[in-house]
Design a protein around this ligand. Structure first.
Ligand SMILES: O=C(O)CCC(=O)C(=O)O
Length: 285
């Protein structure tokens, strides 16, 4: 059964304490199957809408098969992915836990970790948000497969959302030591490192704060792990005056700091607003 995300007081308290919280059963079995079927197509460059994603870090037949496969902003290429990452309840939950007036999509991620694929370094998402004001991200990570600690699941450092924001990490894809930047940050913060591997059924989500350290180690198990990630920002977010993102500042209008809803749609706002084009566009599929 698919649940619209409705956070209990216990989940809100857990999020505030830990910097992440698991939300079970956010996708139906049918949606899980549909989304799984998009992975081969996306990574071979078969895009339903005819539009390339903003970042396409791994291409079938071209790139190292031992790397974790990642695409950013697959929602522009594929309406099945869009129908998940542009959900209003995801925006509402992200806004609620961060006390924002609403939430826009900042970017999505499609992550594919086949058996034998290497790690993604532990990092904070907010380290990469200097191009927006406020420089804050809030994420809904959703797994399509049952996750296990030995199968490269996402792992969180409990309480690390209370540490300062660090610089972007040395090496994101396939670092020799995925924990090295994390260890330095923990030392600087004078904090212990309590790593929590997320072991949940397919269709589960985790909400995580933009400062929560997280990553995923190599998949040494027998099954692949596929995830779809909605990275949100405040509905009030604007472009930074000076700082740029090499990819996403392409969408800045020359005479304004405002974000155009065509590129950064509002998923949910507390006055009932949602970018009107989203649902019409999804209905065309
Ligand atoms: O799924 C993963 O391995 C990592 C995803 C991630 O870094 C994120 O959702 O911010």
């Amino acid at each position: 059964m698919t649940n619209q995300i409705q956070l209990s007081q216990k989940q809100l308290d857990d999020f505030d304490h830990d910097g992440f919280v698991v939300v079970p059963s956010v996708l139906s079995d049918a949606v899980i199957e549909d989304a799984r079927a998009r992975f081969e197509k996306l990574f071979t460059g078969e895009f339903e809408t005819g539009i390339q994603p903003d970042e396409w870090n791994w291409k079938t037949g071209q790139d190292d098969p031992t790397l974790t496969r990642q695409i950013c902003n697959a929602w522009k290429s594929d309406r099945t992915i869009a129908s998940i990452v542009l959900r209003s309840d995801i925006g509402a939950a992200c806004a609620q836990v961060r006390h924002w007036p609403g939430a826009r999509i900042n970017q999505d991620n499609v992550i594919w970790k086949p058996t034998g694929s290497k790690a993604l370094g532990f990092h904070q998402d907010d380290s990469y948000q200097t191009w927006i004001v406020p420089s804050q991200m809030m994420t809904c990570w959703i797994t399509l497969d049952e996750t296990r600690a030995d199968q490269g699941t996402i792992e969180y450092v409990r309480g690390s959302h209370k540490w300062p924001v660090s610089q972007p990490i040395e090496k994101f894809h396939a670092p020799d030591d995925p924990l090295s930047d994390l260890q330095q940050a923990a030392k600087a913060a004078g904090a212990d490192v309590d790593i929590v591997p997320i072991e949940v059924p397919g269709g589960s989500a985790v909400l995580h704060h933009g400062r929560t350290w997280h990553g995923s180690r190599a998949n040494t198990g027998k099954a692949q792990r596929r995830s779809i990630v909605a990275h949100c920002m405040s509905s009030d977010a604007q472009f930074h005056n000076d700082n740029t993102s090499p990819v996403y500042s392409r969408y800045k209008l020359s005479d304004s700091q405002q974000m155009d809803e065509s590129f950064f749609p509002v998923l949910w706002r507390n006055d009932g607003y949602r970018s009107s084009w989203i649902d019409n566009w999804l209905a065309r599929s």
